[in-house]
Design a binder for this molecule. Structure first.
Ligand SMILES: [Zn+2]
Length: 270
């Protein structure tokens, strides 16, 4: 077993590549198996590594204690009320805003604008389907991640849907991803991604569990939709168009309606 201390930069999601943190990984003898003890490190890329020899027992003990503390801390998760089949309202969270522009690329505008636009197109569709809606932001305002979760936690019988667009250093990467944290959110993630990926020309990169703050701090089922890669030439240009954002909003609304009522009730707003 080797212990590796690493400084991490968060790769993407609800904070983009801005935050750094110390993560601790315990690598077992099998190099393919890495025990990730830092919940925030799961979506992170190591940028600097320091190898520590086994003879440095004191350092080893300290790191092991830190790892255990992180493990315990990550276990103190918010208790989630499973409203995934009963919800009457949807908290729509347009990612980023204000001084936090999110991702951008030469093909697309700013992520914060695209996310808000999809959120505003999603809202009337959900209301037409009978849901009450709550927006974490309805203009270009910076809202801290914890506040977004607090807005959701103040509500009753809701689910939380966060809208984002993605970024990669590799221009060839494209596709839709949906993230969730609590187990009862996975079905919502599946329903949304299957509807979004039914849009012609859209590909799926699957659903994934993640420790994004807005998901982890949420007391309700919560998903984060990465509607496409702004950094992919095809998808970036598409994400810029109102017509595509309209299709995405409708697909997300359909996924939510199917989650709540099954496939029989379609979204009325066009
Ligand atoms: Zn984002």
């Amino acid at each position: 077993m080797k212990i590796i201390a690493a400084t991490f930069r968060k790769a993407d999601g609800d904070g983009k590549a801005r935050r750094t943190m110390l993560g601790v990984l315990i690598r077992r003898l099998n190099p393919n198996r890495i025990l990730d003890l830092n919940p925030l490190a799961r979506a992170a890329v190591p940028i600097r590594r320091v190898r520590i020899g086994l003879r440095h027992h004191r350092t080893l003990a300290l790191l092991a204690a830190a790892a255990m503390a992180l493990l315990l801390w990550s276990g103190c998760a918010v208790e989630v009320k499973d409203t995934s089949r009963t919800f009457t309202a949807v908290v729509i969270d347009a990612g980023h805003g204000g001084r936090d522009s999110g991702a951008t690329s030469r093909y697309a505008g700013l992520e914060k604008d695209a996310a808000l636009d999809v959120a505003m197109r999603l809202r009337p569709r959900l209301e037409a389907a009978g849901f009450r809606t709550v927006l974490t932001r309805s203009d270009d305002t910076f809202i801290p991640l914890d506040e977004r979760a607090r807005i959701s936690n103040r509500e009753k019988n809701v689910i939380f849907v966060s809208i984002h667009f993605n970024y990669s250093r590799r221009a060839d990467i494209r596709g839709t991803e949906v993230y969730y944290h609590s187990r009862c959110s996975a079905e919502i993630a599946r329903n949304i991604i299957s509807q979004v990926c039914a849009i012609p020309g859209t590909s799926s990169r699957g659903i994934h569990s993640a420790n994004f703050r807005v998901l982890k701090k949420n007391q309700y089922p919560a998903v984060l939709v990465e509607c496409g890669y702004l950094t992919n030439p095809y998808e970036g240009r598409r994400c810029r168009s109102g017509a595509f954002r309209d299709q995405v909003a409708e697909a997300i609304a359909r996924g939510i309606v199917i989650q709540r009522y099954g496939g029989g009730k379609m979204v009325a707003a066009e």
